[in-house]
Design a binder for this molecule. Structure first.
Ligand SMILES: C[S@@+](CC[C@H](N)C(=O)[O-])C[C@H]1O[C@@H](n2cnc3c(N)ncnc32)[C@H](O)[C@@H]1O
Length: 208
């Protein structure tokens, strides 16, 4: 009897170990970004500083034909690569925009959500970019900033404010944003990726 019980216990443990802990639905970064931006078909979303366009393409698929994505860059060559990539992918709901360090190039009130992934610390004129971002963001809409605490061993960025390394402290980001008409909606300190990443979701303050 006791042997049977022991066998049953061993089997139960083996079964649990083989199944493992159930995966959290928001475990992957993509799922977390989709949730933070509140993506659904029909939304108009900006991916500011799109880089190679990975996230613009992903968001374009999420918002579908009735939605729209504005993929901005200050690097003309990168934007050309993104254009080619989008053409290849057959995505017609993504517009690329060549911005500057003072202006996103986004139309006023265009966006139901904005993503800045590993971009804010690249801004050489963050104050002007904040004004431009605020003007593009619809009232109540999320502005999702994913960034890293300053990394001393990463390459030095020319022309950006000295923040003790490549990146920006979460507290400095929140201080700069809240001084310029944004409020914090949510903070995530456990963001995946290299460095010490975090995600802060902002929206425009009421009445502004
Ligand atoms: C580290 S990459 C991140 C790319 C992309 N967001 C991603 O997560 O893969 C930073 C990008 O921001 C772009 N960038 C820097 N300042 C910018 C600005 N003021 N407006 C738009 N893009 C900018 C850079 O050219 C670069 O492609």
């Amino acid at each position: 009897m006791r042997t049977n019980l022991r066998r049953a216990a061993v089997l139960a443990v083996a079964l649990l170990l083989s199944v493992g802990p159930s995966a959290h639905p928001l475990d992957s970064e993509a799922e977390r970004i989709v949730a933070a931006l509140g993506l659904r078909p029909g939304l108009r979303v900006a991916d500011v500083g799109t880089g190679n366009g990975d996230w613009a393409e992903r968001i374009g698929r999420e918002v579908g034909e009735t939605g729209h994505v504005y993929a901005t860059e200050v690097d003309r060559d990168k934007l050309q690569t993104v254009d080619a990539r989008l053409k290849e992918a057959g995505l017609k709901n993504v517009t690329t925009i060549l911005g500057t360090q003072e202006d996103t190039g986004l139309p006023p009130g265009c966006c139901d959500a904005i993503l800045l992934r590993m971009v804010y610390h690249h801004f050489t004129d963050p104050a002007r970019m904040r004004v431009s971002l605020r003007s593009a963001l619809r009232r109540g809409a999320p502005l999702v900033v994913i960034d890293t605490e300053p990394q001393k061993n990463w390459r030095r960025l020319e022309g950006v404010p000295d923040r003790g390394g490549h990146g920006i402290k979460q507290e400095d980001l929140v201080r700069e944003m809240t001084a310029d008409g944004f409020e914090v909606v949510a903070r995530h300190d456990d963001w995946p990726g290299d460095g010490a990443r975090y995600c802060v979701v902002f929206r425009r303050t009421n009445g502004s």
